[in-house]
Design a binder for this molecule. Structure first.
Ligand code: PHE
Ligand code: ZN
Length: 879
């Protein structure tokens, strides 16, 4: 931490820059000890601002050595400029001039993985959000957009592949044995979209013909050993390119599109113009090493980064407060793409479940912030579930308000009006409004108010007048800095179900789902010609990111589980029933009572397993109990161990009582076939594997079955399911099988990076993996504190999923996490601050645990050299 109190940046202070940069020509001399960078910047005064005299040109730059500066080829003496640890300030005497800056950086020592760094033997960059300032002095802000050229000079034997954004325009061998290549990007862009890669990489080629008939070369670069893991990403890329043409009319704009896989990456992937850089775990797959989940994640992330070419690159963000402009919109776009490629209801269930389980706690915690934040200390801390996932829900609500065709009109207007510009969420909403002639004034509160609204619903049936009324009251709990909230505009999709389980017609046209516009704090909606007392199905398809309070009885939930025509609510009825039952068991467990399971859950699950009305994908989803995290989110005070015990009890009881049904279902879906990651096959495997998880809880036969599946599987989905089932099973036999499996797994796959990550994570989350074991694994040759994937796989999984050992009574789990955060604070501040999350929620836990977590936060706060990243999260958590 450089200053005593890191500075807070406010949206309200936004000002245009004093200068623009029109052209940026970069030259990199990549060396083994250091890299020299020459930046030639064509700078122009911003005349839309008032200037009394020409202000200094203040460029951002950190962690580099300034070798020389000149303006219009006249070298500037060091007593004429000022350099601090954060910027370079140059005197200016003209409205337009060329600055040439020569700097030296040390990528080999850069463990933050921002700016230019090394991953294994290659050079790569990560510039979003503010990494470019670690490469050279620059106006590192997204509203400064320039055309770029990149010249790379390096040893061609070590770095036969040398890449940057745009098109290759020159390639020559120099007299000294070095090679020089030059790339030119014809589109102007902010520097956060700059990228450079150099290394000894293999390339897998493909091509795509755009709707206007242009041929685009597609290239996926990776270390040679991985060329057999590229097919799925390339297929996903071609599908995304086609989908964006069909659904949004967006065509790709360069003749080449490149993806590079790197092993060291803080996030999933990055949409650099024409040169996407991917975390290798989000792009590489083959059936023997990747699970269905990985296949689907790759499809979604490849699409996400590709879609950014329009929603993010061609139209970018004015400032980082607008991050959700590109991220919320692009997540919405990739979710719709995945829904079109796979099962739409299942995708919706997964996304809504993820939002409720992960984003709702964020929005109720100490770092809660609006989709468009009003202030930050470190922007890296704002790549959050709120900005991404809630932001996508906000875009989805607009989509639902204006309809599919209206949304397309709005997006067409947005893209044409703002092409080549850096804009705001306000510009996006305005385009949607104007194209559709709707008023989204109140709706805009979703961008500025934080917190999850709670909608309380009560109803009344007036039999004499055949009239049914729904009374809704909305409130939003206070969040940091926002005590009072104004009412939201909530699109509330409602259906009414009769006693036979049929949807009732709700209007003259016979519509059975109506979207009510909730706008007031309290509002009543009346339905006429309702012939009998209905059961309401509320917020169908998760029509808004809200919580609903309606006093469903357990019998009513069972009824909805088998009858609701809305796939999401049908699934959710099962979740609600299970949560209700498990929460009661948590109370019983705490009171020391013997646990007994409400037979209704057994009946409900039995009818799921025996009814023919559900497809395999839905059935698999419905057979999964709510996660411990979701149950925790639904509890007033979190007792993690009691939740674990109660949920486990329910699983075991179901396993025993429905043994016959699970066995039959497993057998019916255990069909040998060549692995394909298609929606149908994925559904079948997930159904089979959830049955296996119950069978393994029931008896030794189930354990033998898992062991058999582990050994015989022809794909990683089945093998890994069996492994994690065994790793979490109680019996001595299962422990023995798990040990054998882990040993042979390591033996076979120790050279495969993706497999080692899975090997670490299955152990980190294992019910029998205690803190001592985690320490051992950290000493293992497979672990590396400088590799974020491994940190996430071992430490992240332990802290987030291994409830039993992380939350042990003496607080040793929390102290362990704090120790690791302090190590990472120096190596990689972004990783450090993200790893902290579990203990920032200390107020939600029982008093003893809460105090132990808080103690660790206070200990971190005392550290002398705290990064801005960690400082911001810890200080906010202690407020
Ligand atoms: N912009 C990237 C995405 O969402 C995420 C990212 C942010 C990657 C910051 C790296 C650093 O696609
Ligand atoms: Zn993104």
């Amino acid at each position: 931490m450089k200053d005593a109190q890191p500075r807070t940046i406010y949206l309200k202070d936004y000002q245009e820059p004093d200068y623009w940069i029109d052209q940026t020509d970069l030259t990199f001399h990549l060396g083994e000890d250091h890299t020299d960078v020459i930046a030639v910047l064509q700078v122009r005064l911003n005349k839309s601002k008032q200037h009394e005299h020409l202000p200094n040109l203040v460029l951002d730059g950190t962690d580099m050595q300034l070798l020389s500066v000149s303006i219009d080829n006249q070298s500037i003496d060091s007593n004429q400029y000022t350099v601090t640890t954060e910027n370079l300030s140059l005197p200016v005497s003209k409205e337009q001039f060329v600055v040439t800056i020569n700097t030296r950086i040390k990528p080999q020592e850069n463990t933050s993985l921002e700016g230019l760094y090394r991953s294994n033997d290659m050079f790569c960059t990560q510039c979003e959000a503010e990494g470019f300032r670690k490469i050279t002095y620059y106006l590192d802000r997204p509203d400064v957009m320039a055309k770029f050229s990149t010249t790379i000079i390096a040893d061609p034997k070590k770095y036969p592949v040398m890449l940057s954004n745009g098109n290759l325009v020159a390639d020559e061998h120099l007299a000294d044995g070095l090679r020089k290549v030059k790339w030119e990007d014809p589109f102007k862009k902010p520097c956060y979209l700059f990228a450079l890669v150099a290394g000894d990489l293999a390339c897998v080629d493909d091509e795509f013909i755009t709707q206007s008939g242009r041929k685009v070369a597609l290239k996926l670069f990776t270390e040679a050993a991985n060329v057999d893991k590229c097919a799925h990403a390339l297929l996903s890329l071609k599908r995304s390119m086609k989908w964006d043409e069909d659904v949004y009319g967006r065509e790709y704009d360069l003749d080449i599109f490149m993806i590079v896989a790197v092993d060291h990456f803080n996030m999933g992937a990055m949409e650099n113009k024409g040169l996407n850089i991917f975390n290798s775990s989000c792009v590489l797959a083959k059936p023997e090493t990747a699970t269905d989940g990985t296949y689907q994640r790759i499809e979604a992330i490849v699409a996400h980064e590709y879609f950014h070419n329009w929603s993010g690159n061609r139209v970018t963000c004015r400032d980082w407060f607008q991050l959700s402009l590109k991220e919320g919109f692009t997540v919405f776009r990739d979710a719709e793409f995945s829904a079109d490629m796979n099962s739409r209801p299942v995708k919706r269930i997964e996304d809504a479940n993820f939002l409720r389980t992960m984003q709702f706690p964020e929005d109720a915690g100490p770092t809660s912030h609006p989709v468009r934040p009003a202030s930050y200390i470190e922007i890296s801390n704002f790549y959050t579930l709120t900005v991404y996932e809630k932001g996508a829900e906000v875009v989805r609500m607009i989509h639902n308000i204006v309809g599919k065709a209206g949304f397309r009109k709005g997006s067409d207007l947005y893209f044409s009006r703002h092409d080549g510009q850096a804009v705001t969420t306000e510009d996006f909403v305005k385009a949607m409004e104007e194209a559709n002639n709707v008023d989204l004034t109140q709706f805009r509160r979703w961008y500025t108010q934080s917190g999850t609204p709670v909608v309380h619903v009560s109803d009344n049936y007036d039999a004499a007048n055949k009239r049914y009324t729904l009374t809704v009251k909305q409130k939003c709990p206070p969040t940091p800095g926002q005590i009072e909230k104004a009412p939201f505009h909530i699109p509330f999709a409602v259906g009414l179900i009769d006693s036979l389980g049929n949807d009732m017609p709700l209007d003259e046209q016979g519509n059975t789902t109506l979207v009510l516009d909730i706008k007031e704090a309290e509002q009543t909606f009346t339905f006429n010609n309702i012939n009998e007392q209905p059961l309401p199905s509320l917020a169908r398809d998760f029509s808004a990111p809200i919580k609903i309070e309606y006093p469903y009885t357990r019998d009513q939930l069972m009824f909805l589980m088998s009858h609701d025509n809305d796939g999401f609510n049908r699934w959710d009825a099962g979740q609600k029933l299970a949560v209700d039952i498990i929460k009661e068991l948590v109370e019983h467990q705490r009171a020391g009572m013997t646990l007994t399971l409400d037979e209704r859950l057994v009946t409900a699950y039995k009818s799921l397993l025996t009814s023919a009305s559900l497809d395999k994908a839905m059935l698999a989803k419905m057979l999964a109990l709510p996660s411990e995290d979701y149950i925790a989110e639904e509890c007033d005070v979190i007792y993690p161990l009691s939740i674990h015990v109660a949920r486990d009890f329910v699983r075991r009881t179901l396993a025993v009582k429905l043994h016959k049904q699970f066995k039959a279902c497993y057998a019916a879906n255990n069909i040998e076939k060549v692995y394909q990651p298609t929606a149908d096959d994925i559904a079948e495997r997930s159904l089979k594997n959830i049955c296996l998880s119950y069978l393994t809880l029931a008896d030794e036969q189930g354990i033998e079955l898992s062991w058999q599946q582990y050994q015989q599987a022809n794909n990683m989905t089945d093998r890994f399911s069996a492994l994690s089932i065994l790793e979490n099973a109680v019996s001595v036999k299962a422990r023995d099988y798990a040990e054998q499996a882990l040993a042979s797994f390591y033996q076979q796959w120790q050279h495969d990076v993706q497999m080692i990550e899975q090997w670490l994570s299955v152990q980190a989350g294992g019910e029998y993996t205690d803190l001592e074991k985690i320490h051992q694994l950290m000493q293992h040759e497979a672990f590396d504190m400088k590799n974020p994937n491994k940190v996430r796989a071992l430490i992240g999984v332990f802290a987030n999923r291994n409830k039993v050992h992380f939350h042990r009574d003496d607080g040793a789990g929390y102290a362990f996490l704090a120790d690791q955060v302090l190590v990472l604070n120096r190596l990689n501040p972004q990783m450090a601050s993200r790893l902290l999350t579990p203990i920032t929620r200390w107020k939600r836990y029982d008093e003893t645990r809460g105090a132990l977590m808080k103690e660790q936060l206070q200990r971190i706060m005392k550290e002398k050299d705290l990064s801005k990243d960690v400082y911001e999260i810890v200080s906010k958590s202690l407020q």
